[in-house]
Ligand binder design. Structure first.
Ligand SMILES: C[S@@+](CC[C@H](N)C(=O)[O-])C[C@H]1O[C@@H](n2cnc3c(N)ncnc32)[C@H](O)[C@@H]1O
Length: 259
């Protein structure tokens, strides 16, 4: 496995695990995405470009219901939490005040900059959090500080390819030396937006940005291979936003290490 270069981190002891290169074969990120979509665009423009623009002006401050109501119920003060696709840190800031160490990862530099601004306002001790421009599908979870590990993803799994999802699941399956619990909220193929825009892959469409709608039964089958599923439900009412109330999947799963 090739070693990946650090892009940018905030917080103390900036780690050296972040990556923007392909995790499957070590090729460049751009080459991977051309293979996936057979499109002349690069991963950066089709998947990430939108978010860089979006987070220059997106001002949502409130933590999501998934964060406060679901994760909040389970989160312990001594837990270590890694957030996948943390966006502007609206959930991350809430989480970081309630666990022992928070790591927020996002591919978008402007998202991480917005998170940094939010964390600065909180004035948390720098040793208690890290924010990194990085690809969550390449994250090596053994780099997170020791302790009960929680991995949290809200609306980020459908923002990347199935290859990224598979790479992430392989990484999560490597966590065998401590208890791991994963919380995911993600759009599904039952979403009204499914089919809108240009199709760029299986269940994947681009409107002003990329979405890959998850097939719940396929994800469940993948999870059952390596994990214990604690909660798995598709429903409306989980993530209402403006005029939308999509059919969203919430899943909680973990490794089989005694909790
Ligand atoms: C819909 S936004 C959700 C942001 C945040 N979780 C929230 O709920 O407000 C999806 C985020 O996932 C990020 N993302 C997508 N694929 C990623 C990847 N492979 N690694 C890191 N971040 C990624 C995007 O840059 C974007 O910030």
């Amino acid at each position: 496995m090739k070693s990946f270069g650090l892009l940018k981190t905030a917080g103390l002891n900036a780690p050296s695990y972040v990556s923007r290169s392909c995790v499957e074969c070590g090729c460049t990120k751009g080459r991977r995405i051309r293979e996936v979509f057979a499109l002349p665009t690069t991963k950066d423009s089709i998947l990430d470009g939108f978010w860089d623009q979006h987070y220059r002006s997106f001002s949502e401050d409130e933590p999501s219901p998934f964060c406060k109501d679901v994760l909040g119920e389970a989160l312990g003060a001594s837990d270590v939490l890694v957030e996948l696709g943390c966006g502007n840190g609206r959930d991350g800031a809430w989480i970081a005040q309630r666990c022992s160490h928070y790591i927020g990862l996002d591919n978008s530099a402007s998202a991480i900059e917005a998170s940094e601004r939010r964390f600065r306002r909180l004035a948390l001790p720098p040793s208690t959090f890290q924010l990194a421009v990085s690809d969550f599908s390449a994250f090596d979870f053994s780099m997170a500080p020791k302790g009960n590990l929680i991995v949290y993803s809200r609306f980020s799994l459908h923002s990347d390819t199935e290859q990224a999802e598979d790479a992430l699941l392989r990484r999560l399956a490597e966590v065998v030396d401590r208890p791991l619990t994963v919380f995911i909220e993600v759009r599904t193929i039952y979403d009204e937006l499914f089919g809108s825009g240009q199709q760029v892959g299986r269940n994947a469409f681009v409107t002003d940005h990329y979405r890959r709608f998850v097939d719940p039964s396929e994800l469940r089958a993948k999870l059952e291979r390596n994990f214990r599923i604690d909660f798995f439900k598709v429903s409306r009412g989980f993530a209402p936003y403006q005029q939308e109330d999509p059919q969203v999947l919430r899943v909680q799963f973990g490794n089989r290490v005694p909790q």
